[in-house]
Design a protein around this ligand. Structure first.
Ligand SMILES: Nc1ncnc2c1ncn2[C@@H]1O[C@H](COP(=O)(O)OP(=O)(O)OP(=O)(O)O)[C@@H](O)[C@H]1O
Ligand SMILES: [Mg+2]
Length: 329
């Protein structure tokens, strides 16, 4: 009898057999001095996070194009790559090299296309001296394969440096390119920085949307206003005939006219959550090629006012800018 009772209590002790709490409440800060005060990033007016709990949905591509769209409209903009383990911004902006320090020991951002940037990718130690032949070119057989294997304190320290020790100069807007997930980096940002708004990226598939909705919950708990959701890879525009096919869409995937399932899809999720649907970005090989070649679409197709791809990014950027009170001209 005692044994049975004991085993029943043991069962009730945890939310689940692994003892992991089921509710995803943001853990309290365990430091001696209580929770850190949220503060503004020095010299930055508005901070906008681009996020999704799912990996590979196009966060970095959208973040860099949004930032460039703002910069193209005369808004002084920077982009901070907070993806410590998989920084993308150096490739997307075709930038490399170690940043210099200013008189206050703050990192001076690297700039391309009028956009200031800072990334862990610029700060990683160079390969050892006896490995001079290594390269960061992923197509080369001599590519540097050294992984970043930090955890815990090292990650927090790196994040602090990126958040608090960059000399942005006066900026109207700073875009944060977040890593996938709802982990340490997101928590550190939510606890320490005043974020003016979050843009959530999803693709049309249910599996991505589910993670996008999880991301919404995280920002809500952190007290960060969600500006809305972007649906990336929304449709494929045939480069030959121009027909638009909603490859990943739920519901009617018929030719040209796709209607979202009444209870599913990104637009419906936005309605349910009470956030704005910020727009569609097409699935297009040129968006990927532009990214890989370090000339993001907003810059690559600057002269083409009919570019569906560029206009899609510009339209999302305009909505985001207006929502946080930036002066979009
Ligand atoms: N609309 C698009 N059309 C075509 N390719 C795209 C599009 N959006 C993103 N891609 C490509 O998909 C890949 C993943 O994009 P990206 O790196 O921006 O995703 P991510 O969400 O930042 O990934 P991670 O979670 O690893 O940070 C890249 O090769 C990118 O060029
Ligand atoms: Mg990324």
């Amino acid at each position: 009898m005692r044994r049975r009772l004991f085993s029943t209590f043991r069962h009730l002790e945890h939310d689940n057999p692994l003892g992991l709490p089921r509710s995803g409440t943001v853990p309290a800060w365990r430091g001696r001095k209580g929770p850190p005060e949220k503060r503004k990033i020095r010299d930055v007016n508005k901070v906008i996070a681009v996020s999704s709990a799912k990996g590979g949905v196009g966060k970095s591509t959208i973040a860099v194009n949004l930032a460039l769209a703002l910069a193209r409209r005369g808004i002084r903009t920077g982009i901070l790559d907070t993806d410590i383990f998989g920084p993308s911004i150096p490739t997307l902006l075709n930038l490399s090299g170690e940043p210099r320090l200013d008189g206050k020991n703050c990192l001076i951002p690297l700039t391309n296309y009028g956009l200031k940037s800072m990334s862990m990718g610029y700060l990683l130690p160079p390969p050892p001296a006896d490995a001079k032949h290594l390269t960061s070119d992923p197509t080369s057989p001599l590519m540097d394969t050294t992984p970043i294997t930090w955890r815990g304190l090292m990650v927090t320290k790196a994040m602090h440096q990126l958040l608090h020790s960059v000399s942005w100069g006066p900026l109207d807007a700073l875009i944060l390119d977040l890593p996938p997930g709802t982990g340490d980096v997101q928590l550190t940002i939510g606890q320490e920085i005043i974020v003016d708004g979050a843009v959530i990226v999803s693709t049309p598939q249910d599996i991505a949307l589910r993670d996008a909705v999880r991301g919404f919950g995280m920002f809500e708990r952190m007290g960060v206003p969600v500006l809305g959701m972007v649906r990336n890879m929304a449709f494929f525009a045939c480069p030959h005939c121009g027909e638009q096919t909603r490859i990943f869409s739920r519901g009617d995937v018929g030719r040209g006219h796709a209607h979202e399932h009444e209870n599913g899809g990104v637009v419906a999720a936005c309605k349910r959550l009470g956030v704005e649907f910020l727009g569609d970005i097409p699935l297009d090989a040129r968006v990927c090629q532009d990214a890989d070649s370090g000339i993001p679409t907003v810059v690559a197709e600057e002269g083409d006012e009919h570019s569906v791809r560029r206009n899609a990014f510009m339209s999302v950027a305009e909505k985001v800018a207006r929502k946080v009170g930036l002066d979009w001209k």
